[in-house]
Design a protein around this ligand. Structure first.
Ligand code: PMV
Length: 361
């Protein structure tokens, strides 16, 4: 059993609540400096920073009722339909989070969840899904406590809990730019939970756009869990973790000054370094598809021809996130319609932008 983090253990429960229902909507996020490789109980090997998204989100309503059987009692409905294959992952999360939420064995839980993006879109729903669930559970806990947590401590514990479900979910509570993982040059940063990026941010990044180009909507050949695991004996792991720590330092003046050329160079290099780790894992694997590369090349040509500072990033999949300043929306959307859409599966893409973080429903 890993050590317990005392600061996240709750006060004794004083209130009796028989049943009820709570609901939260939580966004997805896209990392600029990537998290890939972990240790212990979902602790990152390097610091990461992401934009919180706005439209790509999960809404979860969690109903809790008196329970009649021992152990955890969880039912999951996705878009109103029972989803038994989600239950083992949530049971695993409950058993890890159990010491921090001691009421988990006291109720029967029904989780009604839905995503704003198609379930099969290949967009990671674990970040938005796990953070929405963590927020719902913490809201139930607030009802049991004599003195509920302050807003700041509530978000901190929500991020801590979300992390136990899925690492990148820690970054889906707050809005704007969010940092997870301790970095000596980022005050308040921690491996245990994410924090809003505390330094100066140029206004260009406040409403940055992200269009998610959906290249592959099927099941991934290698899951994130397996991919993270392959970083353990990876020949370039320590260089990669050092690179990420340096990039976190390098991104600070970029975010402060709005230097888009430097932003593009750092963000695209991070995306390709992440995939380079996959290409050089043992066993090696490739998550990009021919259409991923076709889109990247078209983004590069567009940037060269127009001078518009649009760039790409990738998460652990084949989809391309096209990042650009809001003032170039029209020109970039013209590029998407005329040149990128034909590479997307069934022509599908999702326009998104930096969002304000999770909201109670
Ligand atoms: O949270 P996980 O275990 O699904 O890992 C996701 C990792 C990346 O999306 C590839 C990068 C990141 O920092 O979000």
């Amino acid at each position: 059993m890993s050590e317990l983090h005392q600061e996240f253990l709750p006060q004794a429960y004083t209130n009796t609540v028989e049943s009820g229902s709570v609901a939260w909507k939580s966004p997805s996020n896209i990392a600029l400096v990537k998290y890939w490789g972990k240790h212990g109980q979902q602790l990152p090997k390097n610091t990461s920073i992401s934009f919180t998204l706005d439209h790509c989100a999960t809404s979860t309503r969690l109903a809790f009722d008196p329970k009649s059987r021992p152990g955890f009692d969880i039912t999951v409905l996705l878009d109103g339909k029972p989803q038994a294959d989600f239950v083992p992952k949530i049971e695993k999360f409950f058993s890890i989070a159990g010491p921090y939420l001691p009421f988990l064995e006291d109720y029967s839980f029904t989780l009604h969840t839905s995503n704003s993006f198609p379930h099969s879109s290949g967009i990671a729903s674990s970040a938005s899904g796990m953070s929405a669930l963590a927020l719902c559970l913490l809201e139930i806990e607030s009802q049991l406590l004599e003195t509920p947590l302050s807003d700041t401590d509530f978000k901190k514990k929500a991020s801590f809990l979300a992390r136990l479900g899925s690492g990148s979910a820690a970054r889906s509570i707050d809005g704007g730019l969010v940092v997870w993982g301790a970095h000596e040059e980022i005050p308040g940063s921690s491996d245990l939970f994410a924090i809003p990026y505390p330094d100066m941010v140029h206004e260009v990044f406040r409403d940055f756009c992200d269009t998610v180009l959906l290249v592959d909507t099927g099941e991934k050949v290698v899951s994130s869990t397996v991919g993270h695991g392959l970083m353990h004996d990876h020949p370039f792991a320590s260089q990669r973790f050092d690179q990420a720590q340096s990039n976190m330092l390098a991104i600070k003046p970029i975010l402060a000054t709005g230097d888009l050329d430097a932003f593009i160079a750092l963000v695209e290099s991070e995306a390709l370094s992440l995939h380079a780790m996959m290409l050089t894992s043992s066993p090696y694997f490739i998550l990009m598809k021919p259409a991923t590369l076709a889109i990247i090349n078209k983004i590069w040509s567009f940037r060269k021809e127009t001078g518009i500072p649009a760039c790409f990033t990738l998460d652990a999949g084949a989809n391309v996130h096209l990042l650009y300043p809001a003032k170039h929306k029209e020109a970039v959307r013209e590029l998407i319609e005329s040149q990128l859409k034909p590479h997307c599966k069934e022509g599908a893409y999702i326009h998104d932008q930096v969002g304000a973080g999770a909201v109670r429903l």
